[in-house]
Write a protein that binds this ligand. Sequence first.
Ligand SMILES: [Zn+2]
Length: 396
Amino acid sequence: MSSTVPSHSTRVLRVRVKDRHAVWLSQLSREVNTVWNYCNDLQTRVFERERKFLTGFDFWPYLKGCTRGDDSLNLPVQTVQETAEQYARSRRQHKRVRLAWRKSKGVRRSLGWLPFKVRTIKYAHGQIYFAGKWLSVWDSWGLGEHELRAGSFSEDSRGRWYLNVTVNMKRPPRVAPEGNAIGIDLGLKDLAVLSDGNKVEAERFYRDLEPALATAQRAGKKRRVKAIHAKIANRRQDFLHKLTTKLASRHCVICVGDVNAKALARGPHAKSVLDAGWSAMRTMLQYKCDDAGAWFLEVPEHGTTRMCNCCGAMSGPQGIAGLAVRQWACVVCGVSHHRDTNAARNILARGLAIFEEQFAAAGEAKADEAVVNEIGRHAVPVGVGHDPLVVGIPVL
Ligand SMILES: [Zn+2]
């Protein structure tokens, strides 16, 4: 067994803060905006004069003392520091000289945000202690069972506040799920088509509620519009959680095509693409597989629709005209295919080929170390954070 497997995994838990604290949190978040905008201003001036970029740490001397004295900020000093560090991180990430201002007022107001560091918040008797105040939350996660680390308070478009906090969760005992390897082709008509022939229909969360949304928008009912958007997001989230949990618990290897959602979202199918939630689904599969001790792999899906999974000939439908073709027969070997099932099987085959390569490389490395394993025919692959898998996975 690999010794690199951590016994903990980091998760972000999100719980709703009770509404009676919303005003107070909003006040504090305006102070965060002040700190952020100060950093933005300072960075701009430093760049103009010295062509230099400030790190989060560089801001500290300038922010010293802003939480002490009569006219001082009410923020905990760790929140001030974390805001500066986040600023520096985002600026670097976006490769900009400066970032957008955080606005405290008006229609383009930034949604409230209050970051904090490790050991800034405390939990006791179902409440969270932050900045000198005890906050009540809807504790849907049992926060008391975890060690609370860094995180943030954040506001959604409906003015509700949430606590997002990272915790170290103990991993459940690792029992690799039994079951076959599976390939998944992500699509628009069906959300996912599996290499075993099963299909998961795309739930049309957005389109289903579009008429209601349009009515509310025409009537100028802002609260109703926001509520419908939240409903769409919740339904999608719930659906994807159930689906990915099921997949990760029933398969030892999951290979998914690397569809580029961002590129497609610019095209004519934009609404459907965003609705499908491919990225969310892949993220969920990744961590659920990690927890279940299964393997997750993203596979380049280029050409998987055209290739016949029986003989490997590029005999399938192609181009825009080929999009409508659901069923086709290979002209080389004569086998008839369902378009997406065929693609899913190709994705699975590619994924397994990548694994075999990794196993082989790992095997060679082992041999070099003269670590001979006497288990016999079973290769011992070395993976990142995973238990070994017996090679020769049955392909459907
Ligand atoms: Zn063929």
